[in-house]
Design a protein around this ligand. Structure first.
Ligand code: SF4
Ligand code: SF4
Ligand code: SF4
Ligand code: FES
Length: 956
């Protein structure tokens, strides 16, 4: 039988050299100071029985199953809570110990259901194992005494159940929720025999629980158990792969039964997540086999026609002939492509290669255009590399954290748990300082055992003003790290910046009216950050999705450099990436101006390298960005688009403009797992493959390249990379690879930062952070260590320019947007899982004052209106918002939030200004005209897909 048990050392590893020698059953081992006897025994190859201990949690010492004998000591200490001391002689097996352990087990088993054979955990239950290990054969007390066997099961959580009749009150679940997840949702109620685990006053679903599953993983019995395991039975094999949701890039063991996933278990050796996960990665994988999957290629002449099922070859041939026809009629540059941040590096690389080499144009872009393109631009300009500087582990060594325009507990939950642990501190280390810069009171501002030192609750759009004010305080109060700056940065530029930032107009007091933040708070925050030995800045789309997004990124880099906070663990500039492979899609040359490795298409030497390898000519001029493609489509000069794994009709701003652009195309080729909103405007549909159906790699926010491994065959018969190759071949451009590893070999040959990357090395190391080359053969955990990638760091002047989007009498409120934990991006995946129980529709958060003056009550439908459009959603009245600012998410197509967002964008990169839209909110609304049209259009389009294409059957 397959065993999903991984070696458990019982207690966490201790840092430091193995200097303490102890004897375990006569065998000498050396361990780091503070290591438990239990862990030392595992190092010596001896497994001491245990129940309440596990190596992901601090030792607790409650079950007493792990008792040992220590020479010269009285009694029988618990090995999990006893630290090794030099010369200690430990005996782990003796008749007396065996007797004691059997006695402990006897008590547990006398109050435990005797249903092992029918229990879903049968064969993978630590209680069952331990009963066997200690040789328990009978229970002297019988089973008729007081017990908990009638306790009621709580099945309220959609993914796991809680059966207290099986609970041994080891508190591993409580400690996992506290120590690993940091949510503190569980408690041990009562004392002694009456003690029980409780998720608050009602049930799991209505508790503080965020469904991360850490307690389920920690539970040694079947008390907390995945419903999928109860339904499907124990898995028979496992494959290690990478989560396909957010940019944390958690590593998982996909535990399988045949070709079906039974559960996803966070991988202990995963360097991004260290065995933890969130609700999406652990539980929300059911979309991959959802009946909505389209499993057959389809074509049609017009979007008013029903779809016609065809073979892959016919679909490729049709798409290729349309591309060539359009190029002949309208010119080579009348076509383009959009790569996906959800697909693998190899797939993204192939799509941009197809566009540049087979289409013969640089009209390729990626969804990073609408999220982190300012990060790429701003960090390249200032530091020399378009990526974050640190690994996630770095946060353990930070002393002060700035979180700006990011909501990690919802958007990057596993990293947030890690950060919260550092913010809480420990018995030996005080918690780090925390400065939150956000218009909204995100959870991190105040969460159990964490409270921000400063919440700079700025007005949306004032990021640059706040950062300038912070830097002004650093410079004018003598807090700048001049020694660091003089050694590592361009001095003339620094002097210019210093003079600029010192101007009275950049003081917190002068900018108070713009920022909305009291000057004293900014002064306090600046001092806290600048005086911390290690200060780290983490930011998200609240920084980039603004008309001054690139300026804000440069201001962040300026602040990090002037405080000496780049180039070592514990510091850095850390963009929290949204989608699983947005870093990778940028690295792979998805932008119209850059070839893989961020090398400009105007660079003749780079072009020559790729021209030789690809056997084609590459244009020296950058191609169209996504917004330019839309404009050109409406103008009539852009006629065909190949979109892989993106839903631009839902995700991009100013929906009606996007719809008009898509309607204007003569040939839209969409490759996706579902008939998404964009596909409803398509002429060719190529069925996509989920992350479970293919091999490849994703690159997370730490620049960490991790393997994606196929656990089941592609439902439509082809992985996305194979389909792109087939399309290229039909265009007459050969793309012959038999495995994605060959694509990675090509990337490594052509990209200096990837020279040392190969699938073999990934097997060996688990994951690799680029740059990985001769200078860093095992990768680079943190960048700019001795000097910046560009040589000297460069300060840029960051003049604050208010967004053109202003409130007016007609639109007096500012709308800002974001995400929620249980849903992901356009929701195509999470809406097709049970995550809907936490967020079945987008809602509009509004401050009580703004609600009251408009006569809006909590839960009522309200109209959200801007100069671009109108939509209706339900209001949530909350003090999380500041007066004058409203907030919503964009996970549901029918709420159509992007109908109201505008075409304003970042001056440098065209990243849309999602975060600032002047709006009005009106009570008592019914569905908007756009929503009614959308519903009708959507229903018609869905009806045009043959049922056989969904079932994957041959057409009748
Ligand atoms: S639910 Fe599981 S982990 Fe929690 S106390 Fe009971 S047996 Fe231990
Ligand atoms: S699922 Fe996560 S948040 Fe919920 S109780 Fe368990 S550990 Fe806590
Ligand atoms: S934190 Fe992100 S990568 Fe990790 S499990 Fe959750 S969604 Fe997946
Ligand atoms: S495992 Fe040591 S006391 Fe429970």
């Amino acid at each position: 039988m397959y065993s999903n048990k991984v070696l458990d050392h019982g207690t966490p590893a201790k840092p430091g050299q193995a200097t303490v020698a102890v004897s375990i059953d006569g065998q000498t081992v050396r361990v780091a100071p503070g290591t438990s006897v239990m862990r030392a025994a595992v190092d010596a190859g001896v497994k001491i029985p245990k129940l309440c201990a596990t190596d992901s949690l601090d030792a607790f010492g409650s079950c007493r199953l792990c008792v040992v004998e220590v020479e010269g000591r009285r009694g029988f200490p618990a090995s999990c809570t006893t630290p090794c001391e030099p010369g200690m002689k430990v005996t782990t097996q003796s008749p007396k110990l065996a007797d004691l352990r059997r006695g402990v087990m006897e008590l547990y088993i006398s109050d435990h259901p005797l249903d092992c054979l029918t229990c879903p955990a049968n064969g993978n239950c630590e209680l069952q194992d331990m009963a066997g290990v200690v040789g328990l054969r009978e229970v002297r007390y019988g089973y008729d005494g007081d017990n908990h066997l009638q306790a009621t099961k709580d099945a309220s959580n959609p993914y796991f159940s809680f059966d207290p009749s099986k609970c041994i009150v080891c508190s591993r679940c409580v400690r996992a929720c506290e120590e690993i997840q940091g949510t503190f949702a569980l408690t041990v109620e009562g004392r002694g025999f009456g003690s029980k685990i409780a998720p608050g006053p009602t049930d799991f679903l209505n508790s503080e629980c965020v469904s991360c599953g850490a307690c389920v993983q920690a539970c040694p019995t079947a008390t907390l158990m995945e419903k999928s395991v109860a339904d499907q039975g124990q898995p028979d094999h496992a494959v290690v792969t990478t989560c396909a949701y957010c940019g944390v890039g958690c590593s998982f063991r996909a535990e399988m039964k045949g070709a079906e996933v039974v559960r996803m278990v966070p991988h202990k050796d995963g360097k991004a997540n260290h065995g933890h996960s969130c609700v999406k990665g652990r539980f929300a994988w059911g979309y991959a086999t959802h009946p909505d999957r389209v499993k057959k290629p389809m074509i049609r002449a017009k979007i008013t026609d029903p779809w016609r099922e065809v073979t892959w070859e016919q679909a490729f041939a049709h798409a290729a002939s349309e591309i060539r026809r359009i190029q002949q009629q309208h010119g080579r540059d009348s076509v383009g492509g959009i790569t996906s941040s959800r697909c693998t590096n190899e797939e993204t690389y192939l799509v941009q290669k197809l566009v540049r080499a087979a289409f013969g144009t640089n009209n390729v872009d990626t969804c990073a255009r609408v999220c982190h393109s300012p990060t790429g631009y701003g960090l390249k300009q200032t530091l020399g590399e378009s990526a974050g500087t640190q690994d996630f582990d770095s946060v353990d060594q930070t002393d002060c954290v700035i979180v700006m325009g990011a909501n990690p507990t919802d958007g990057h939950p596993v990293f947030a748990s890690r950060m919260k642990r550092r913010l809480r501190g420990s018995a030996t280390q005080a918690g780090a300082g925390l400065i939150v810069i956000d218009p909204r009171r995100i959870d991190l501002v105040r969460t159990p055992h964490v409270e921000a030192d400063f919440h700079l609750q700025l007005k949306p759009g004032a990021n640059v003003a706040v950062l300038n004010a912070l830097a002004h305080v650093v410079v004018t109060e003598g807090l700048a790290r001049e020694d660091y700056v003089r050694a590592r940065c361009e001095l003339p530029e620094y002097e210019k910046w210093k003079a600029f930032i010192s101007l009275p107009r950049n003081s917190p007091e002068a900018l108070e009216a713009d920022t909305g933040v009291p000057a004293a708070q900014i002064r306090g925050a600046a001092r806290l950050f600048a005086e911390a030995p290690n200060g780290a800045i983490y930011y998200g789309l609240g920084v980039t999705e603004h008309s001054q997004g690139s300026t804000t990124v440069m201001a962040i880099a300026n602040l990090a450099m002037v405080t000496g906070n780049i180039g070592r663990p514990g510091v850095g500039v850390n963009p929290l990436r949204g989608q699983n492979n947005v870093q990778g899609s940028c690295d792979m040359g998805s932008f119209p101006h850059e070839l893989p490795g961020y090398r400009h298409v105007s660079d003749a030497a780079t072009r020559a390298l790729f021209e030789a390898a690809w056997g084609t000519r590459i244009e020296p001029e950058p191609g169209l960005r996504i917004p330019n493609m839309f404009d050109a489509a409406i103008d009539g000069s852009f006629k065909a688009l190949y979109v892989q794994g993106e839903d631009i009709a839902q995700s991009d701003p100013d929906t009606q403009h996007v719809q008009k652009a898509l309607e204007s195309l003569e040939c839209l080729i969409v490759q996706d797992i579902f008939l998404n909103e964009t596909a409803k405007y398509a002429h060719v549909f190529l069925p996509g493959s989920s992350f479970l159906e293919k091999d490849g790699t994703f690159t997370n926010a730490e620049r960490r390249i991790s393997r994606v491994r196929k656990v089941m065959p592609p439902l439509a018969g082809m992985a996305d990379w194979e389909a792109t190759c087939g399309f290229a071949e039909a265009l007459g451009y050969p793309m012959r690879y038999s495995h994605p590893s060959q694509v990675m070999d090509e990337i490594a040959r052509l990209t200096p930062t990837f020279t040392g990357v190969s699938y073999d090395k990934l097997e060996k190391l688990g994951s690799i952070q680029w740059p990985c080359n001769d200078a860093a053969p095992e990768g680079t955990p943190y960048m700019h260590a001795t000097q910046f990638v560009r040589g000297k760091g460069r300060f840029f002047l960051t003049e604050y320019v208010a967004t053109p989007e202003r409130t007016t009498r007609k639109f007096p409120l500012i709308l800002t947007t974001g995400r929620i934990l249980s849903q992901y991006n356009v929701g195509a995946q999470t809406r097709r899982t049970q995550n809907g129980v936490w967020h079945e529709a987008d809602v509009l958060e509004i401050h009580p004052h703004d609600a009251e003056v408009r006569g809006i009550r909590d839960g009522e439908p309200v109209a959200l209106q801007s100069r671009k459009g109108e939509t209706t959603l339900r209001a949530v009245v909350t003090e999380r918002m500041q007066p004058g600012v409203v907030y919503t998410t964009f996970h549901h197509p029918e709420s159509g939030v992007n109908v109201v967002t505008t075409d304003n964008s970042d001056w440098a990169t065209n990243c849309p200004e999602y975060k600032v839209t002047a709006v009005q909110v009106v009570a008592h609304a019914r569905k908007s005209e756009w929503q009614r049209d959308y519903e009708q259009f959507s229903e018609t389009q869905e009806g045009m897909v043959p049922k056989t294409a969904m079932r994957g059957e041959a057409p009748r």
